[in-house]
Design a protein around this ligand. Structure first.
Ligand code: HEC
Ligand code: HEC
Length: 377
């Protein structure tokens, strides 16, 4: 950015300045359960720093114990996301922060104003808002502060980063083989990289949406899509948010926003950093271990899914190749999570020895099945 452009930009949006006062306020708000309707749920309830800002549940549990439809993604490195949420329904962290506060299955405040009113009388907040923004407690600055705090949550410096930087001993041979497979035979780079033919060592996502066949068999997709076209005709963000978290329409993914048939059950390619900490996996938390994830990809799952991404196909990975890719994924754990990561690796490994519900070796080594045509709408 040119310098004068930068200055004008800062003048227009001075809150973009990442000051310690704003970050401290944002952090406090992130842990503030008074922002929820009954004072019991904070952002951190579902985005727990000890679990790499996730909750370890298949689907998150919000106010009054209500169970939503989706798995909580990590907030680490969320600042790099081109869009937020599994379906990318908003672009910025500010827009994002407003939605869980009023979502009836999450924090359940009747309005953002209602949430603000519950902290506005608190003299600590009054002082902190003044320090951060030069004015009293208000809705807009509250969302800005939360987003600013989130922008400080970067996480790199994993063994894999040391390996890529030249320390050949930072990861084991299995992980090294896994990284090669990731970019070749296992085809992961087709989506978990910025481009199809260049290796990506930063956040492992193409910022795009794909249907990789998760959860779709459990639902009657065509009638749900018709319902979404009717119910969400106006495309209002709050309604889309409610549908995504509280209704069976959730499975439609990106379609809820674009209403394009090709986006049915498409979800955002997630970052893979700290993946040992962020399970269970996929938008619905339907898989317990990274071995399950690998078994899913290995069989090119999505039989009878007419909207399956064309890059999905059986991979014919052997058991030791699967172990290698998992070892690579495990090398993406940042140092602050090393201990928990090691424990989780051991737990998943033990589980994978007794239970591999997704494994289907015949399909993994078989031909790519014929894809059915989409049903008529
Ligand atoms: C009840 C649990 C719950 C609470 C409370 C909650 N979240 Fe989330 N969060 C989720 C779930 C589940 C998703 C994914 C939803 C989706 O994609 O539709 C999510 C998604 C996000 C994302 C998008 C990340 C990505 O990779 O796309 C961000 C950022 C985020 N939440 C921040 C917050 C903030 C800030 C708050 C507090 C204002 C908050 N969350 C409160 C469960 C929760
Ligand atoms: C066609 C694109 C595509 C390919 C190829 C692909 N992925 Fe994914 N990946 C995605 C998308 C999209 C999701 C989220 C899907 C969902 O939740 O419905 C995902 C989710 C994941 C998750 C779960 C992340 C989380 O936070 O829950 C892991 C782990 C993962 N992929 C690893 C891999 C590996 C390893 C490979 C190669 C064997 C691979 N992916 C190949 C697109 C792809």
């Amino acid at each position: 950015m040119r310098r004068d452009t930068h200055r004008r930009y800062r003048k227009r949006v001075p809150w973009r300045r990442l000051t310690p006062a704003t970050v401290a306020l944002g952090e406090k708000l992130f842990f503030e359960s008074r922002l929820s309707g009954d004072g019991t749920v904070a952002c951190a309830t579902c985005h727990d720093p000890a679990r790499a800002f996730t909750d370890g549940r298949p689907a998150s549990v919000g106010i009054h114990g209500r169970v939503g439809q989706r798995n909580a993604p990590t907030i680490l490195n969320a600042l790099y996301n081109k869009t937020q949420f599994w379906d990318g329904r908003v672009n910025t962290l500010e827009q994002q922060a407003a939605l869980p506060i009023t979502n009836p299955f999450e924090m359940g405040s009747v309005s953002i104003g209602d949430a603000v009113s519950r902290i506005a009388g608190d003299t600590d907040y009054q002082t902190q808002f003044m320090q951060a923004f030069g004015r009293g407690v208000n809705e807009q600055d509250m969302l800005r502060a939360i987003a600013t705090y989130e922008r400080t949550l970067v996480s790199f410096d994993s063994p894999f980063d040391h390996f890529i930087a030249g320390d050949t001993n930072a990861i084991g041979d299995s992980a090294k083989r896994g990284w090669e497979l990731f970019n070749t035979k296992a085809r992961c780079h087709l989506c978990h990289a910025l481009t199809d033919n260049q290796r990506d060592v930063t956040v492992f996502t193409d910022n795009d949406f794909h249907n990789i066949g998760i959860g779709i068999l459990r639902h009657h997709v065509a009638p749900l899509a018709q319902q979404a076209e009717r119910d969400l005709a106006l495309g209002q963000l709050q309604e889309v948010d409610a549908a995504a978290i509280t209704s069976e329409m959730s499975v439609l993914g990106r379609f809820l926003i674009t209403k394009k048939q090709s986006d049915i059950a498409s979800f955002k390619t997630p970052d893979l950093r700290n993946i040992l900490l962020t399970g269970p996996y996929f938008h619905d938390g339907s898989m317990q271990t990274l071995w399950d994830v690998m078994d899913h990809y290995n069989k090119g799952d999505g039989v009878s899914d007419p909207w399956l991404d064309e890059d999905m196909q059986p991979l014919a990975l052997t058991e030791s190749e699967i172990d290698d890719v998992v070892a690579f994924l495990a090398s993406l754990t940042s140092p602050q999570y090393r201990k928990v990561g090691d424990q989780e690796y051991a737990r998943q490994l033990a589980l994978s020895k007794v239970d591999r519900p997704q494994r289907d070796t015949a399909r993994a080594f078989g031909p790519k099945p014929l894809q059915p045509k989409p049903p008529p709408f």
